[in-house]
Design a protein around this ligand. Structure first.
Ligand SMILES: NC(=O)c1ccc[n+]([C@@H]2O[C@H](COP(=O)([O-])OP(=O)(O)OC[C@H]3O[C@@H](n4cnc5c(N)ncnc54)[C@H](O)[C@@H]3O)[C@@H](O)[C@H]2O)c1
Length: 328
């Protein structure tokens, strides 16, 4: 079994490769070449839970894998993160676990790459200005993905906690500069989206994080956070003005308050969702129809993305002799 930590994962797998892996996952999923059971969740005690997210990806990949994600609220007292994760990949010949890797890192890269793929597929090619909402654990890879997909000259960063905007910019400015982009503190959500061409929301907000009426025609929006039925980052106005796409129709309609709340009030219908990203990649659903379209992609994520990314990471690590072998 090959063991890979976060640093080893990063050293063999670029954001560009992660975006290609996510596109492959979307395509296989939309073509029915995956099996994804509903995730299993155990409430271990009070707010602490362990979740098991398996998937079988067929086609050339032909791999079963699982991500185990635990949320343990008192972990910081032990010097550990609240959310920890590992991904296991199985050998298709023997069924044995052939790789175990840092699932937190896989999640960050593949989740950034969801937005990267959506931006690549749906955003205008002449996009210049980005806006990023949220400066937490997922924010850096979201920014990297946005900059990988489009040549942006500026990205405005907004968080409800202003102190976190500055410290985030200090941490990630060198990465943004390596793409030729400058980062700016946004003083309000309105200031962040003013004239923005690509907007990514990656927050834990329960209510919409910006005013959908103010989004400029031609913009593309990635909705990444808030995946529970009672929480939403995107408002109804935005959905009504946009061509709307999702990573996984079934999962989004089961989990995302962005849709479930306006559907329950009778203000929106699932029939208005244009399609999945995989269907656009497959040529079955049209993407952007013109420069004035506003496009929205909402993701809640699913295990196929983890398994495809893990498989690509494993293959590259073997080629490059990275990681440590463990024999039982
Ligand atoms: N779609 C997927 O596959 C996927 C994968 C992983 C995480 N997520 C989701 O992404 C979100 C962010 O995850 P994280 O680990 O970075 O969380 P985090 O707790 O580390 O950071 C969340 C950030 O959002 C900010 N925020 C909250 N409300 C805001 C508002 N109204 N306006 C601006 N900023 C606001 C917080 O201040 C914080 O900086 C979560 O909802 C998580 O569940 C989605």
């Amino acid at each position: 079994m090959l063991i890979l930590n976060a640093e080893e994962i990063r050293s063999v797998f670029s954001m560009k490769e992660a975006i290609e892996a996510d596109k492959e996952a979307f395509l296989l999923h939309s073509r029915g070449e995956t099996e994804v059971p509903v995730r299993i969740s155990f409430s271990v005690r009070k707010d602490d839970k362990s979740q098991f997210m398996p998937a079988f990806v067929k086609g050339d990949i032909n791999r079963v894998g699982i991500k185990i994600v635990s949320t343990f609220m008192e972990n910081p007292l032990r010097g550990l993160p609240v959310v920890t994760a590992q991904v296991l990949l199985l050998d298709p010949e023997t069924g044995e676990v052939c790789a175990m890797m840092d699932g937190t890192e896989v999640t960050k890269i593949r989740t950034g790459a969801i937005s990267g793929a959506a931006t690549d597929i749906l955003a205008r090619t002449d996009a210049e200005v980005g806006a990023l909402f949220g400066t937490g654990a997922q924010a850096r890879s979201q920014l990297e993905a946005m900059l990988t997909a489009r040549k942006l000259r500026e990205v405005r960063v907004f968080d409800k906690n202003p102190d976190w905007i500055r410290s985030f910019i200090d941490r990630v400015a060198p990465m943004a500069e390596s793409f030729g982009a400058k980062l700016a503190e946004a003083s309000s959500s309105d200031a962040a989206i003013d004239q923005a061409d690509v907007i990514t929301t990656v927050t834990t907000s329960k209510t919409p994080v910006f005013d959908g009426r103010r989004v400029r025609p031609g913009a593309h929006v990635n909705g990444v956070g808030s995946y529970t039925p009672n929480a939403r980052e995107l408002d109804l106005e935005l959905l009504k003005r946009s061509r709307v796409y999702v990573d996984n129709r079934e999962a989004v309609l089961a989990e995302a308050g962005d849709f479930l709340i306006p559907i329950a009030s009778g203000d929106y219908s699932s029939g208005r969702i244009a399609g999945e990203l995989g269907e656009v990649l497959d040529g079955k659903v049209q993407g952007r129809t013109g420069p004035e379209d506003i496009t929205v992609m909402k993701t809640v994520g699913y295990a196929v993305l983890d398994v495809v990314a893990a498989y690509r990471i494993f293959t590259k690590a073997l080629e490059q002799g990275k990681g440590r072998e463990l024999q039982f």
